[in-house]
Design a protein. Structure first.
Length: 94
């Protein structure tokens, strides 16, 4: 068993990383908040991506495809990106 301590902010999305990896945050190549409406996270490879947010996102896009996300525990959201073997671009709309 392991624990992840991640902030939950009312205005921001915090990228946790690939939670199926031992060091989840090392899979994040880049995380950019473009504006108040969109955050883009570039992952080095696919896996189970997690992020925290105070409010549910309006939409999540992975490699130009709309995807479903799961709310794991109140403010922790998960997206299955395991079908991708190389770089993954996740767009989270606030």
């Amino acid at each position: 068993m392991f624990y992840i301590i991640a902030p939950v902010d009312t205005k921001r999305i915090f990228a946790v990383g690939l939670i199926d990896k031992y060091i989840s945050s090392s899979a994040i190549e880049e995380a950019i908040r473009l504006n108040d409406e969109k955050t883009v996270v570039v992952l080095k490879e696919g896996g189970i991506f997690a992020f925290t947010a105070k409010k549910s996102p309006s939409k999540v896009v992975v490699n130009a495809h709309d995807v479903e996300y799961n709310c794991a525990d109140g403010a922790l959201y998960q997206i299955d990106c395991s079908q991708y073997k190389s770089k993954v671009i996740v767009e989270i709309y606030h």
